[in-house]
Design a protein around this ligand. Structure first.
Ligand code: CA
Length: 242
């Protein structure tokens, strides 16, 4: 068990870590420790499942074993790096090989970091945290800030300028989700998956209802509306005003 320091604030949208490891005991150990640190953990035992999981769940970081049945970790890494929609995902390679040449080969296929088995868990967790901080700071930041709106995950508080904005739990998560991707068009489907989860029985009209409530809470008097509806596409949050 590693230190109890939480990387992710409870109740917040946790960063997702995909573990690709065929040794069940090691996979379980990783899952346990990552969950204890507050991450959402996805798991694949073989390379065949990786592409589907990556496409469906959009993990924030991948722990990728080198030696896997069928497709090797190196090959998976190469494939992920070759695609525009996955090349940005940070990858830490896990391997028993410790020779320098292999290390260089691992990094040259595009892995961001490299950990040799047996590794120390605190060290691995520190690397996960460091990579996420670099690659996806908005996923682990305590305070998100876009324009004059500030969301404090730890305190569960939202400010617009100096005014405190009171939000229900769903509107809070919705705002948090928007503030992780300012300026990006998000479809209702994406918002549903991101805020309610993939398996929720909620329809897209519900998204509109909660966005309506969020808008009402955020916008007072002459304040500008930070949420723009994009007809037929979805919503954009926090665009710079012209
Ligand atoms: Ca293995």
């Amino acid at each position: 068990m590693i230190d109890a320091r939480l990387d992710v604030i409870p109740g917040a949208l946790a960063a997702k870590v995909l573990v690709v490891e065929d040794e069940a005991a090691l996979a379980e150990l990783l899952r346990y420790n990552l969950e204890a640190a507050g991450y959402t953990v996805l798991y694949a035992a073989s390379g065949e499942d990786v592409e589907v999981l990556v496409a469906e769940e959009a993990p924030d970081l991948i722990l990728l074993d080198w030696m896997l049945p069928e497709t090797s970790g190196i090959e998976i890494c190469r494939r992920l790096r070759a695609r525009a929609d996955t090349r940005h995902i940070p990858i830490i390679m896990l391997t028993a090989r410790s020779e320098e040449a292999d290390r260089i080969r691992g990094l040259s296929t595009g892995a961001d970091d490299y950990v040799v088995k047996p590794f120390s868990l605190p060290e691995l967790m520190a690397r996960v945290r460091a990579l996420l901080r670099r690659a996806a700071p908005e996923r682990i930041a305590e305070v998100l800030s876009v324009g004059d709106i500030e969301l404090d995950r730890a305190a569960h508080r939202v400010l617009r300028g100096k005014r405190e904005v009171r939000l229900g739990p769903t509107e809070f998560r919705l705002l948090e989700y928007f503030m992780q991707s300012p300026g990006r068009v998000l479809s209702r489907g994406q918002i549903l998956d991101g805020v309610w989860g993939r398996n929720a029985y909620v329809d897209e009209r519900t998204v509109d209802v909660h966005i309506g409530r969020l808008r009402k809470a955020l916008v007072r008097a002459k304040e500008s509306d930070p949420i723009r509806t994009v007809r037929g596409a979805g919503y954009v949050f926090g665009e710079r005003s012209a």
